[in-house]
Design a protein around this ligand. Structure first.
Ligand code: NAD
Length: 498
């Protein structure tokens, strides 16, 4: 671990010019505008705790304006040729890639992750637009003869209508493109409510989409510090037909309750508590590399992050020693500094939540191998940490850590590993390392998770369906499944052909 220095803390020379290009108003009707009551809020740089810019904070009146604008644009966008919708998304993909450095720096400034991580997210996030630009022209129904021969069954797909996306702060670009891409490809209009910590990336994205040819009203962006009121007002509007949410299970449950009133279509990508299992037949070098990726990717602030590292007792001591060596050597600093391998946490609240989980585990007897504390300075840094000998039932094993803390537990048998892994209300990602093919097949089937990584620590891919089971969510994003979340199925009964 390396402490930050004053020279590292200076923003890159290009930061001011970049921030000046980012729209800071609400994006309604194809351009930025002030909130109806003029309210604004500051977006902080988590590496310094200092505001970057202030942006408009949408009110309940603005929510109504947003739905008016989305409704006015809906019929024409639905009638736009799928190929044209796809070409607009493809142009936006090219444009994000051309502005790769801008998007990467903007995410690093508002979210804190390292520039290398942000560059990776630009590739990942932009790819949803390329993928769904291709899907737009492949929305297929079917025609069959009724089995009794007395009619034709015609099945068509239609856009669900006006959609709301509520996104989290941890992947500011990708969580927006993963929802906007399929919605626009399907012919829906969309209102995005970005996380209050990271609205800037979505604002720049709105500008890029507009320049790529998205007509006014098809995409609306409502940054706000008043998320509960504004989202509730949007959900209560009968013109809205769908909500797609990525965030905590707690907020997802609130939105599911609100969605019930107007019987909205819902997609829910919620929290996780991923097990990362290392069997004693694993390739240990690969398992350590995978654990580093699954734990430290995005600073540990990923819903797919390895939350509980389960290691078979025969290899536990060696694995823990190697993992500790790697994690202790991780350089911490502002995301834009070339030397940094780990940036700050998103805000003081999240950093303190992580500290409380570790402190509680230690108070119950857990052993700290490295880290275990906040780092000094104005930013929201937490030391990369390894702990083990954790008392069963400790909060750190039950809750999502969402930070760079590896919590290691031992187990004896495969059955024990499966039992511990599945003993959670969540079911998003699970990982395991084994070189035994029969075990790979068995364990893949028995793990209760929507995503299973076998001998790899990173699994997200825009071409694969991403979604959790149990309290981790409903529906899939990405893959050929993703666009189906934005389409209704219609059955048209025709007489038999003469
Ligand atoms: P969060 O639930 O606090 O916030 C997510 C979004 O919901 C934000 O835009 C926020 O403003 C909004 N929000 C908060 N309270 C609301 C309310 N009462 N009504 C309406 N909207 C409200 O989550 P977060 O801290 O931003 O993100 C971290 C969480 O997201 C973690 O639990 C993580 O696992 C999850 N996540 C899941 C996935 C996935 O695909 N499953 C991906 C990324 C993050």
């Amino acid at each position: 671990m390396t402490p930050t220095s004053d020279s590292d803390n200076r923003l890159p020379d290009t930061a001011d010019a970049l921030l000046a290009q980012v729209p800071t108003g609400l994006w309604i009707g194809g351009g930025p505008c002030a909130a109806s009551d003029g309210a604004v809020f500051d977006v902080l740089n988590p590496a310094t705790g200092i505001p970057l810019v202030s942006v408009a904070s949408a009110s309940v009146d603005d929510a109504v304006r947003a739905v008016d604008s989305a409704a006015a644009a809906a019929a024409e966008w639905e009638a736009t040729a799928p190929r044209t919708r796809g070409e607009i998304l493809r142009a936006a993909f090219e444009s994000i890639i051309a502005r790769r450095d801008d998007f990467a720096l903007l995410m690093t400034l508002e979210m804190g992750k390292t520039l290398a991580e942000s560059q990776g997210e630009v590739t990942y996030g932009a790819e949803f637009f390329r993928w769904f630009s291709e899907e737009a022209a492949r929305i297929n129904g079917r025609v069959t003869t009724a089995p009794a021969g007395n009619g034709q069954i015609v099945v068509t797909k239609e856009p669900v209508g006006i959609c709301l996306a509520v996104t989290p702060w941890n992947f500011p670009l990708a969580m927006a493109t993963r929802k906007i891409g399929p919605a626009l490809a399907a012919g829906c209009t969309m209102i995005v409510k970005p996380a209050e910590d990271t609205p800037l990336t979505t604002m720049l994205l709105a500008k890029v989409l507009s320049e790529a040819g998205v007509p006014p009203g098809v995409l609306t962006v409502l940054p706000t510090l008043r998320a509960p009121e504004v989202v509730a007002a949007l959900m209560a509007d009968e013109r809205l037909r769908k909500v797609s949410f990525t965030g905590s299970t707690q907020v997802g449950k609130i939105l599911l309750g609100q969605a019930a009133d107007n019987v909205l279509r819902t997609s829910m990508e919620l929290g996780g508590n991923a097990p990362f299992i290392v069997f004693d037949d694993a390739d240990l070098d690969a398992a350590v590399d995978g654990a580093i990726a699954a734990k430290l990717r995005n600073g540990g602030e990923a819903c797919t992050a390895a939350n509980r590292i389960l290691v078979q007792n025969g290899v536990r001591a060696e694995f823990t020693e190697r993992l500790t060596e790697r994690i202790a050597a991780t350089a911490v600093g502002p995301g834009w500094a070339e030397s940094s391998q780990l940036g700050p946490m998103i805000n003081a609240r999240q950093r303190d939540r992580i500290a409380a989980l570790v402190d509680d585990a230690v108070a119950q007897g857990a052993k700290v191998h490295t880290g275990g504390d906040r780092l000094p300075g104005g930013g929201f840094f937490y030391a990369p940490t390894v702990i083990d000998q954790i008392a069963p039932g400790s909060d750190i094993l039950v809750e999502e850590i969402f930070g760079p803390v590896a919590a290691v537990q031992g187990f004896d048998t495969e059955d024990d590993a499966i039992r511990i892994a599945n003993h959670t209300a969540y079911g998003l990602a699970a990982y395991f390392y084994s070189t035994d093919l029969a075990r790979v097949q068995r364990v893949s089937r028995r793990l209760q998770a929507g995503l299973v990584g076998v001998n790899r620590g990173v699994i997200s891919d825009p071409a694969a369906p991403f979604g959790g089971i149990k309290q981790s969510g409903l529906g899939s994003e990405g893959g050929s499944e993703g666009i189906g979340e934005y389409l209704n199925t219609k059955y048209i009964a025709l007489p038999p052909t003469q």
